[in-house]
Write a protein that binds this ligand. Structure first.
Ligand SMILES: [Zn+2]
Length: 245
């Protein structure tokens, strides 16, 4: 069996997801700040599939970003209004965000452009512990307006497996964020992002099938491809994690 990866979705070629991916235009730009471990080591990450599913999205790989050329370019781009999805003090729900900053950027529908800039959402794609370090080492991120979820969501995968914590995979976080932004009028409301969850469900199904086959073959340790390990390690909880210090 070939172990080569697809160069688009980075999955092993026999698990390539490209044919399941549909790109939608939400009217908002999404930039995934991806930890190198997610980008190169983590076989189970969903960030790349999420970016492939959204028009006007991109991935920047790094541990800190203030000296990253592309990141700085985006931050200084006069046509963008940058925000970050990150919980904690001062974080606003999409609704609150729209009320407070609505005049600063134009609406998601290009037909109703007001003066202002396009909304740009940075998402930190890493485990929660890594994400906290990335934000800590990128002071400019700390100065951006913060978005957070208005509700607690449970991972669909956890519901099947182990209903323990509040952590979501990147693709689920993005799905719920976009849904809340749609309700608040920040994202286009005439497009569906249900395909994000479809991709996630397929990943889970694939994982369970792989585990079943792995058990049957009595091997396959380390061949796991599900988002499960991400979820266990934790991503973007609604509330900040307790301080380490
Ligand atoms: Zn592919």
């Amino acid at each position: 069996m070939s172990r080569q990866n697809c160069y688009t979705c980075f999955r092993p070629q026999n698990q390539c997801y490209c044919s399941h991916i549909r790109e939608v235009d939400t009217g908002v730009k999404f930039v995934f700040l991806m930890h190198p471990w997610e980008a190169y080591k983590q076989r189970t990450g969903t960030g790349r599939l999420t970016a492939l599913s959204l028009e006007d999205s991109e991935i920047i790989v790094g541990k800190s970003f203030d000296s990253n050329r592309r990141y700085r370019e985006l931050l200084e781009d006069e046509s963008c209004f940058p925000v970050v999805l990150y919980p904690g003090e001062g974080a606003l729900t999409a609704d609150e965000f729209g009320s407070r900053y609505g005049d600063e950027f134009h609406g998601p529908d290009s037909q109703t452009v007001r003066t202002g800039r396009k909304l740009l959402v940075f998402l930190v794609d890493a485990t929660w512990v890594m994400a906290r370090k990335m934000v800590h080492h990128t002071p400019s991120l700390q100065t951006l307006p913060r978005l957070s979820f208005s509700a607690s969501y449970r991972s669909r995968f956890q519901i099947k497996k182990q209903p323990a914590s509040f952590c979501l995979s990147t693709i689920e976080s993005t799905y719920y964020l976009i849904r809340e932004m749609q309700e608040a009028g920040l994202c286009r409301q005439d497009v569906s992002v249900d395909h994000l969850m479809d991709v996630f469900d397929r990943l889970n199904e694939f994982q369970m099938e792989s585990e079943r086959l792995g058990r049957a073959a009595g091997s396959a340790a380390g061949q796991s491809i599900s988002p499960e390990s991400n979820i266990k390690k934790g991503r973007l909880p609604k509330e900040p994690a307790p301080s380490e210090s």
